[in-house]
Design a protein around this ligand. Sequence first.
Ligand SMILES: *Cc1c(COP(=O)(O)O)cnc(C)c1O
Length: 404
Amino acid sequence: MLCGAEYGIDEVDYVCPRHGNEGILDVIYDYEFIRRHISKAKLAESRDYSIWRYADLLPITNRQFIPPLQVGWTPLYHALRLGAQMGLAHLYIKDDGRNPTASFKDRASAVGIVKARELGKDIITAASTGNAASSLAGLAASVGLTTYIFVPERAPQAKVAQLLVFGANVVMVRGTYDQAFDLCLEASAEYGWYSRNTAYNPYLSEGKKTAAFEICEQLEWNPPDKIFVAVGDGCIIGGLWKGLKDLHALGFISRLPQLIGVQAEGSAVLVKAWQEGTEAITPIVPHTIADSISVGVPRDAIKALRAVRQSGGQFVAVSDEEILEAMRILARSAGVFGEPAGVTGFAGLRKSLEQGRVNPDEHVVVLVTGNGLKDVQSAIQAAGKPHIIEPTMDALREVMTHVS
Ligand SMILES: *Cc1c(COP(=O)(O)O)cnc(C)c1O
């Protein structure tokens, strides 16, 4: 991304040797070759309802290493009721909380697992605010790989529980996600573990791009005008852009959607860089209820900023209050329950509508990136308390006078 150097797939595993950890690589494809193997008609016949229906566009050489869990092909709902409330006739919700470990991260982990197995690695490691880790742990468990996971102390309990249940070796770091990330990179170098760190391992964003393939295929190859997505490190939005460009290069779609990256105000590093028109990042100490995007040093900043700029999109910041509000509205009007980061894209749509940046007739996709049960504490904070009563009709009638 920085110097334009190219390497063969056997030459490097992770980053550009010239630029170290800053030198994130991008996988380049031979579209002429791929076009001979994949077509819209062939896809329409495919009965593989997972990311692997797009295997021709993924950097894997051996299908035998694909883990058995069903990753991807998550539902894209035409949210009629919610859309009507918001004055949008074409609002679509893609619920990636429906993945096997309940977050978008499964798309990347699945590819990471295949790469680790292709290289004959038995141990795989990741640093994570929670979802990348629980995803890696679950997929690794399905094929018998060992995992070492570095999480910050503040990771929500449900995500830590997932890790432990899946049998991961969990190292909880007294510090931030950013510190856990750096420690994980050092550990993987010292012990020779395979690294599933996005914005380091170039293959992971390849998994993430499958969401863009699905959105376009599910909309019968009529891409939406705008896609709203939460941004922390920036890998998801960078991956979506890569996927859209793949489809465009293959001639599957004739125009490209705008990508709207949404960050929490307390970790809006990319929003700030965007506003200032720079690719240089000013690190912060993040603070937001949306733990999955609580990132002070976005590792995929350049890909994310370029995705938004090249697509003619925008960066938007939303407050924690707006995130909690978005969680309630999405759940109550569309029946989709997302964790705070999971609904941040939706919060960004609401804000953009308020600011007049979305036209009522536009086709809008909101990506929900993680399930609400991942962070029960925040959900309860968003939704309030139940009525607690004695088990009598009198007590119930008393409550009913207040609710009706
Ligand atoms: C990781 C994650 C994000 C942000 O993805 P980045 O690639 O870090 O920008 C958003 N939502 C959820 C639920 C996540 O787990």
